[in-house]
Design a protein around this ligand. Sequence first.
Ligand SMILES: Cc1cc2nc3c(=O)[nH]c(=O)nc-3n(C[C@H](O)[C@H](O)[C@H](O)COP(=O)(O)O)c2cc1C
Length: 206
Amino acid sequence: MTTLPRIGIVISTTRPTRFANRPTQWVYEIARKRTDAVFEIVDLRDYPLPLFEEEVSPRFGTPRNEVAKRWAEKVASLDGFIFVTAEYNHSISGALKNALDYAYNEFNRKPATFVAYGAVGGARAVEQLRLILAELQVASLKHSVHIGMIEFLGMLQQGKTFADFPYLDATAEPMLDELVWWATALKTATDKDRAEPEEALEKAAA
Ligand SMILES: Cc1cc2nc3c(=O)[nH]c(=O)nc-3n(C[C@H](O)[C@H](O)[C@H](O)COP(=O)(O)O)c2cc1C
């Protein structure tokens, strides 16, 4: 029997005064009400990885670094991802890119969506992230939440909260619907491959 998909909400920035906690908590509170998936917050701060220093790509060998092993195990335990991402110089944070470099097979054939924030809603970072995820064989979905300048500055400088921008909730729901659909579908297929490994190998070789 296939169990509910497990979705990781990845906090992708690590600096002490980061804004990231607020959109993470917001989307988690919406997501956790669902009964068709299980959600957990995965904080990159809990995985203080060195700048990539392994001998080979994680595609071809398990990293030797203990934090990297723990990170790969966490990624392996998840069936889908919501990347909560800022935009750093029109791209993702160095911390997120480094973390993505530290796992490979554990990401394959899993879906991802995005909650992004910044001057243009973090859109440029998300587009760059999609390109990286293609190599990791992550299915990046169309639906995403973009917290733009008005909402972002409203919360940062004017004491506003997500409750002042209810239309953001309306963009989160279809994003979560799609993510859970894809996570369930891909998990079902992956579970079947694991249950019938010989058949899966024959198909891959054909
Ligand atoms: C190194 C750096 C580069 C940044 N570049 C951009 C950028 O290209 N576009 C943008 O909208 N905001 C940019 N910002 C502003 C961030 O959107 C803002 O600082 C945000 O709070 C960062 O996310 P965090 O608080 O979770 O770290 C940049 C911030 C930093 C620290």
